[in-house]
Design a protein around this ligand. Structure first.
Ligand code: SF4
Ligand code: SF4
Length: 87
């Protein structure tokens, strides 16, 4: 997906996505739902991109789709994160 010019990342964002590996059942739904492809499965371990704070659209879809309740997602606080320029 081409997002150049549509979003602007605001520096200073703290971590806002966490995964609990003890709850994750490796179903892969988070991988399928993320439109910017931030999730991956490596050696049967689910993880997300280290630079997710630069790329995540904060849609919350990974959080919503995780039936195992393994993903903790909160919108970044303090005015950081992503600003949508259009739409
Ligand atoms: S959707 Fe949840 S349970 Fe499924 S692979 Fe992703 S983090 Fe794990
Ligand atoms: S919040 Fe949306 S864009 Fe961000 S990692 Fe989850 S599915 Fe991907």
């Amino acid at each position: 997906m081409k997002l150049n010019g549509l979003t602007k990342h605001i520096p200073g964002t703290v971590d806002f996505i966490f995964i609990d590996q003890s709850k994750c059942n490796r179903c892969g739904q988070c991988i399928l739902v993320c439109v910017v492809n931030l999730w991956r499965k490596t050696n049967n371990i689910i993880s997300f991109s280290e630079d997710y704070k630069e790329k995540c659209l904060e849609c919350g879809a990974c959080y919503q789709v995780c039936e195992a309740d393994a993903i903790d997602f909160h919108y970044p606080s303090g005015g950081t994160g992503v600003i949508f320029e259009k739409g």
